[in-house]
Design a protein around this ligand. Structure first.
Ligand code: SAM
Length: 250
């Protein structure tokens, strides 16, 4: 898969994209990445990409001219048309389901906003506008890295263990179960005995219960999207009673 980003600070990507799991996956050819400087598509001496908003107000907005030119020029660099993603706190919320859907694209182009955002007409170029959460960042670069990171780890060959992405939080609609590693005793805290038992059936059952309990405590909103057996519903009820949560979502 090819990711591309149009940004006024394209230099911020290198150290993240070339490090650790992403770096190895890129070297292996699982994905590639290219960042472009939006100012390449300006035509004045100051390489201006922003201007004051009509109607007044705080800050500056990104002008449509350079963004339209950049998206069209970068789009034409390869035969495959890119799936073009803009970012805004007003966008659709990015989550694991969106990451999964995007992992089937061949080419994704991120267009990163800065300042107070963009002239509204720019969004007509977007296949979709994403938000990574209900807070305001200074720019779309971090958002594009978040999306790229989440998508890359779903691509075949990106992770050492092909199973590890399947078992994680949100993969079955629940949060991931609690995990432990050596030592079995640390600072007076032990590890659940079942995990040391070598009984795979019991370990799987414990993990399912742990997933349910953690989801019921931290993200009860997720439970409405998960089909539970009657005994799993009991686990959820017990947690909710213990935690003093009213209402039952299971
Ligand atoms: N004035 C805009 C508003 O109130 O909705 C915020 C603009 S923000 C300061 C500048 C840029 O950062 C946005 O154009 C977008 O690209 C990016 N950005 C900020 N928060 C974001 C979020 N939660 N998710 C995705 N991108 C975000």
């Amino acid at each position: 898969m090819l990711f591309e980003a149009i940004s006024v600070i394209p230099e911020v990507y290198g150290s993240y994209v070339d490090a650790s799991i992403l770096g190895r996956a890129r070297k292996k050819g699982v994905f590639d990445f290219e960042a472009y400087d939006l100012r390449t598509w300006t035509h004045d001496r100051h390489r201006t990409v922003d201007d004051a908003p009509f109607g007044g107000g705080q800050g500056m907005l990104m002008k449509p001219g350079p963004i339209f030119e950049a998206v069209q020029a970068v789009g034409a660099m390869h035969e495959e048309k890119p799936h073009t993603i803009f970012f805004s706190p007003c966008g659709k919320r990015f989550d694991q389901a969106v990451a999964k859907r995007l992992s089937h694209e061949k080419r994704i182009l991120f267009v990163c906003g800065r300042y107070e955002g963009m002239d509204e007409r720019c969004y007509s170029l977007a296949d979709e506008v994403l938000s990574i959460g209900d807070y305001v960042l200074t720019g779309g670069e971090l958002a594009s890295l978040v999306v790229m990171d989440a998508v890359v780890r779903l691509l075949p060959g990106a992770l050492g263990d092909e199973m590890s992405a399947q078992d994680e939080s949100f993969s079955d609609g629940l949060l991931e179960y609690a995990q432990y590693t050596r030592p079995a005793e640390f600072e007076g805290m032990g590890v659940p005995a079942v995990l040391l038992s070598g009984d795979h059936g019991k370990v799987a059952a414990w993990r399912r219960q742990s997933s349910l309990e953690r989801t019921a405590i931290w993200r009860p909103d997720l439970l409405s999207g998960v089909e539970l057996t009657p005994s799993e519903e009991c686990i959820v009820h017990a947690v909710q009673e213990r935690e003093g949560q009213d209402g039952c979502t299971a």
